[in-house]
Design a protein around this ligand. Sequence first.
Ligand code: FMN
Length: 205
Amino acid sequence: MEFHEVINKRRTSREWTNKEVDFEAIKQIIAAGMKAPSWDHYRNWQFIVLHERKEKEQAFAYAKAVAKRYVDSNHTYSRPNLAQKMYAYAMPRQYSMLVDCPYVIVPLFKCARLNAEWVSKLNPLSTAWCVAENIMLAVINERLGYSLRIPLNKEHNVVLAKLGVPNGWMTPCFIGVGYPKEDELVLEQYDSTPDSHIHMGGWRS
Ligand SMILES: Cc1cc2nc3c(=O)[nH]c(=O)nc-3n(C[C@H](O)[C@H](O)[C@H](O)COP(=O)(O)O)c2cc1C
């Protein structure tokens, strides 16, 4: 695919067809992740790949509870803005969007403890997001789709413990990969044209 086609086609998917994904495509996608820029030059990343449904169900029990809690709360907005509409659509799907697709990739980066005092202290996490973004764009390039879940608070440690990840490793996110349902609802986005976001020479209000 041409670069701008990949950029323009990228979106987050949360509903899937039953079509299987070729594992060669998953390897290509992870290869793109491995090409990401690396703050310390080491490319010290590992990738857990989940394929069996049982593995995914066990790993993401926490997300299942999060989605259920949201559904049970019956929460509604009286006049939702676009972000609230997205949230209301996404929350009930936090579990199904991971277990109903053929693969989930869990990128891992070496870091014992996050330190958010300065942005530079977050370099290990920032680098892992570069890996994740390469993965997401590579998924689109393979004409597949992806779902994305950021583990909520202690969900991070719960999932990594279930996956047997040794101490000293972290993940930025869980990335589901599959063939999205063609008729999945596509929610309205805020305008992405850059003109009103560019400040030449310094901040201009
Ligand atoms: C840092 C980050 C965290 C996100 N966390 C979640 C998440 O936990 N669950 C989810 O369904 N989507 C998550 N998303 C996806 C956003 O909801 C989505 O990117 C946004 O609504 C824009 O829609 P689009 O990706 O289809 O363009 C996350 C995206 C980012 C960049």
